[in-house]
Design a binder for this molecule. Structure first.
Ligand code: SF4
Length: 266
């Protein structure tokens, strides 16, 4: 028996998966999707120049798609997701676990944090607001939990859930924010505003450094994000800034809550 690593075959497999993902990707439909409104600056560049699917994206998407499709297989598609819409043209799709309104995420983190990632909470808060649901669950599947750096111990799969509860005030502020972001993105797309009036995306989306390898947002040079450009600033720890601009933006929109994007976690 002869065993050898076959990179050619692996590349062929990647290309097939990539073609499948490109085929299934959302086509322009005149709507504003919640995923775009979470990071409207990225949405602007993606709309203007088209977003290329990278090998890293494929690696990130596969576990998420696989777990979602598994849940759909277990429950039936109609019990695993629900379409949401906020007039005039904001749309999204939230997860359901039977009757439980949820958001299912997959994470490669080795250690389980005490709280869910803020961007999970932000996204789920928007879904709760649009659906006008008081509460729901963030479900995170940590599929490499307890992994060790030297690889001496096998990792385990852990399913962790957090219950998120919102007040009607939270939901109203979030809805105001969604509509304001939609209006601003629309104005920028139609050249009525400059792209840098859009809030910055989450800082880790601009670029990440892992084991000496740097992965930048494909629009990094075009965007030159304030406070995160050039790379020497982006990767200087003390320069890591949270999307303050986003909070300022919401303040401008007269949201009374100190942090209207984050509902109460109980
Ligand atoms: S560089 Fe950063 S802020 Fe600009 S589009 Fe990319 S992720 Fe968003």
């Amino acid at each position: 028996m002869k065993i050898e690593r076959d990179e050619k075959f692996a590349t062929m497999l990647y290309k097939k998966i990539e073609a499948h993902m490109v085929d299934g990707s959302r086509q322009p439909d005149g709507k504003f999707h919640v995923s775009e409104l979470l990071n409207p600056r990225l949405a602007y560049f993606s709309r203007k120049y088209g977003k290329k699917l990278t090998k890293t994206d494929i690696g990130f998407f596969i576990p998420g798609i696989a777990f979602h499709e598994f849940i759909q297989k277990v429950l039936g598609k109609e019990m695993a997701e629900v379409k949401l819409s906020l007039p005039p043209d904001i749309e999204g799709t939230a997860d359901m676990v039977g009757l439980y309104f949820s958001e299912i995420k997959t994470s490669r983190k080795w250690t389980i944090p005490a709280d869910p990632e803020p961007h999970y909470v932000e996204q789920f808060g928007k879904y709760l607001a649009i659906a006008n649901r008081k509460e729901g669950h963030i479900i995170v599947i940590y599929f490499t939990a307890n992994r060790t750096w030297n690889g001496t111990k096998a990792s385990t799969l852990e399913i962790v859930t957090w219950k998120v509860t919102t007040t009607s005030k939270d939901r109203n502020y979030i809805k105001i924010g969604l509509v304001s972001t939609r209006n601003l993105l629309n104005a920028v797309v139609n050249d009525k505003e400059k792209f840098n009036s859009l809030p910055l995306c989450w800082d880790w989306m601009c670029g990440q450094e892992f084991k000496g390898e740097v992965r930048l947002c494909q629009f990094y040079e075009k965007c030159q994000p304030e406070g995160r450009y050039p790379e020497s600033i982006l990767f200087a720890k003390e320069a890591k800034i949270k999307p303050k601009k986003m909070v300022e933006f919401f303040k401008k929109e007269k949201c009374a809550s100190k942090n209207p994007r984050i509902p109460t976690i109980v």
